[in-house]
Design a protein around this ligand. Structure first.
Ligand SMILES: [Cu+2]
Length: 296
């Protein structure tokens, strides 16, 4: 299967959201904490048995950690979505009492960020739904195949609670094959004429890890030094564990870097396979760069 990717993204602060709940591991430079809650308690999130990993929060915010304060519901006004058709997604945010969330803060140039992946992480989409009022956002997108997709939203409210909420949804249509994620031995990839090389300061789980991308022209191999800001930062990185349990949204150490390198500080919450999507902008092109690594 080809790598389906699309890209729009926004984000503008040093922070990252790990989608997992229970962890006592915090980076010392990180003050800002996030509400994390999976709307589906049956899956691997949330209050499960996976002890010691989880949320790593980057950045300079002052967000509070108030798990379960907000909830999200994903709806399809036109009914069950079909593969390859334009589909409207409605995102309904509420507090615990069911009242709409209304006071959103702009983060990374947007009120809300939606990441969509499929079951085997071969599909990745990062889009920005429009606010309709009353806690409701809408966006149109296309799911390329039938099957399960996981939707993640990131938003921050004016009470400085950062939420990352997710849910699996089902799309009808022909299923694509399931491909097992295999870690790549060589972390070099060409995307749209640019070559990205990824290096990890360590591949150890539960350690501080710096992901450093080096960007070159794919043909001349000349280093690229005119990366553009992409929604307010040098780049954006989403890290997802193969089982989708751990979701991290990571922003660069130096937000104003123009290349040839862009570094992102994170931590793999536990051993296992992760897919990492870096998103960059160069000469007007948004480039989404996937890599698969194993944290040991
Ligand atoms: Cu975004």
């Amino acid at each position: 299967m080809s790598e389906h990717q699309s890209m729009n993204h926004g984000s503008n602060q040093h922070h990252q959201h790990d989608h997992h709940q229970h962890d006592h591991h915090q980076h010392d430079h990180q003050q800002h904490v996030h509400q994390q809650h999976d709307t589906h308690q049956h899956d691997l999130h949330g209050h499960d048995t996976h002890g010691n990993h989880g949320h790593h929060h980057g950045g300079h915010g002052h967000h509070q950690n108030m798990p379960g304060l907000y909830k999200v519901r994903f709806e399809f006004p036109q009914g069950i979505p079909n593969a390859n058709e334009e589909t409207e997604i409605m995102i309904v945010t509420t507090d615990r009492a069911g009242n709409p969330v209304s006071r959103f803060k702009v983060t990374h140039e947007k009120l809300i960020h939606l990441i969509i992946v499929n079951h085997d992480l071969s599909f990745f989409n990062h889009i920005h739904p429009e606010y309709e009022g009353n806690g409701v956002f809408k966006v149109k997108t296309v799911f390329p195949d039938g099957g399960k997709y996981k939707l993640f939203v990131d938003f921050v409210t004016e009470d400085d609670v950062a939420s990352n909420l997710s849910e699996w949804v089902e799309v009808s249509g022909t299923l694509a094959g399931h491909h097992k994620l295999e870690p790549e031995s060589k972390l070099v990839k060409e995307v749209d004429g640019r070559e990205f090389e990824l290096s990890l300061s360590t591949d150890r789980a539960q350690s501080d890890t710096v992901l450093t991308y080096t960007v070159r022209d794919a043909h001349s191999k000349k280093e690229i030094v005119d990366l553009e800001q992409y929604l307010g930062a040098a780049g954006h990185v989403v890290v997802l564990s193969a089982d989708t349990k751990h979701y991290l949204h990571v922003h660069p150490v130096d937000e104003s870097s123009k290349g040839p390198t862009a570094a992102f500080a994170t931590s793999f919450p536990e051993k296992g396979i992760y897919k990492i999507w870096g998103q960059f902008q160069h000469r007007g092109d948004v480039l989404t760069v996937p890599f698969v690594v194993e944290a040991k």
